[in-house]
Write a protein that binds this ligand. Structure first.
Ligand SMILES: [Zn+2]
Ligand SMILES: [Zn+2]
Length: 428
């Protein structure tokens, strides 16, 4: 599918029509001259009609969604009384909440660690084309000063790039036994000083991946939770009791389930659970899943679904700079040479996966087609569940008062249009 940057022609023309509509209204009823409509047409009043609405418990026809001031103002039976709202006829396609991706390193050759507005914009534009309306830019294991630079850059850009909902700090507080593609030389324990250095930027950190068995991890988890940061266990060699201790301190998620995660093994004569089995068995743990069928096979996805149910899984892309690049492209990931082949990102020596090349819509389609999960449940895993995991109370659901972050999907589960706060950011 063609990739169109945020400032598409359609957005421009909608902005102009928004300005015209406001000017006309002002002329008719003699109110104060309007302030110019912002790019996202936050004041736009619109009705999405002739759509199939995707709710957690099923898909409903015959309803329409009224959007005012960037929020869902009403969900009602279809009516012909449209007033001065712009009517958007969705021609019988699906309307769903926008996707929330908790784990995004990059796209189109750009990486979060570049700490620049252009890099962030490229990454967000690409993922908007896959139906994502909010994402957590995700840092890699690196010297803390470099991570802090990213956090500061995100603070500077987040009001201008509406997809950015904050940062997921993945590393350096991870296990040297489970680094995956992360750079082992920068791994460190969560000492009080290191944690404090990050907490000075706590307002932009929404999630931290941490290995619970590290020295100082339990204290760090408590401190992060006290600052309303979601704590996710991952890149971890934890035993059952390490995971349980972290859970008691507030860990409620695990990072890319099945990948870089301890599993059941023998200790002496006994077989003991690892972080994976702890997460599968504890109902209050939500599990990130890279459902691209490379990181996790369909059978493992089915097993996860059986264990966790539709409300215990958060689809994440873990997309890296290779996402969106043509086959044969080379890119750097955390300082390592990588290549894109057959839609998969690999280390250049083909020894391991190097993050994913997918968008959220690809994961939804895969989990529907390869794991036989219903479309409405797949959408829950990409919207409501991640919103709950990071306490985004106004996102992830089609409810009155919720943000008008909306996507239009075809019957083939392709993204046709993406709206953030009622403003269109992408169209096919
Ligand atoms: Zn990872
Ligand atoms: Zn990652």
């Amino acid at each position: 599918m063609a990739f169109i940057p945020l400032q598409s022609k359609r957005v421009e023309s909608r902005r102009e029509s928004c300005l015209r509509a406001i000017a006309t209204t002002a002329a008719t009823i003699s109110i104060e001259p309007p302030s110019p409509c912002r790019q996202d047409c936050l004041h736009h009043q619109m009705i999405f009609t002739n759509a199939r609405l995707i709710f957690p418990d099923g898909i409903r026809d015959g309803l329409e969604v009224v959007v005012e001031e960037g929020k869902i103002a009403e969900i009602r039976e279809r009516t012909l009384a449209h007033g001065r709202h712009e009517v958007i006829d969705l021609n019988g396609n699906y309307l769903a909440p926008g996707f929330i991706d908790l784990h995004v390193h990059g796209a189109l050759g750009r990486d979060t660690m570049e700490a620049s507005a252009e890099a962030f914009r490229s990454v967000c534009d690409f993922h908007a084309s896959g139906g994502t309306t909010s994402l957590l830019l995700t840092t890699a294991t690196a010297p803390l000063d470099e991570i802090v630079k990213v956090l500061q850059a995100v603070r500077d850009c987040r009001s201008a790039i509406r997809l950015i909902a904050g940062v997921h700090v993945e590393g350096p507080f991870i296990s040297k036994a489970k680094p995956g593609a992360q750079r082992a030389e920068f791994i460190q324990d969560p000492s009080p000083a290191a944690v404090q250095q990050l907490l000075e930027q706590a307002d932009v950190i929404k999630r931290v991946t941490i290995a619970p068995e590290l020295h100082g991890a339990l204290e760090a988890i408590e401190v992060f939770r006290a600052r309303a940061i979601s704590v996710s266990g991952g890149h971890s060699d934890a035993w059952d009791e390490d995971a349980r201790a972290a859970f008691k301190r507030g860990m409620r998620s695990v990072t890319h389930t099945f990948n870089c995660m301890s599993t059941a093994r023998r200790r002496g004569v006994n077989r003991v659970a690892g972080l994976l089995e702890f997460a599968l068995s504890e109902p209050d743990i939500s599990c990130e899943l890279i459902a691209d069928s490379h990181h996790v096979s369909p059978t493992l996805m089915k097993m996860l679904y059986r264990a966790k149910g539709p409300y215990g899984i958060c689809l994440v892309t873990d997309a890296t700079a290779g996402a969106g690049l043509p086959a044969g492209s080379q890119f750097a990931l955390f300082g390592k040479d990588c290549i894109v082949e057959n839609g998969v990102c690999l280390l250049a020596d083909h020894s391991a996966l190097a993050g994913s090349a997918v968008r959220m819509i690809d994961l939804v389609r895969i989990i529907v087609r390869e794991v036989n999960i219903s479309l409405n449940e797949a959408i829950v895993m990409a919207t409501e569940n991640p919103a709950r995991a990071v306490a985004f109370e106004t996102k992830g659901r089609l409810v009155v008062g919720g943000d008008a972050d909306l996507i239009v999907l075809s019957p083939q589960i392709e993204v046709l249009r993406t709206f953030v706060a009622g403003g269109e950011v992408w169209s096919a």
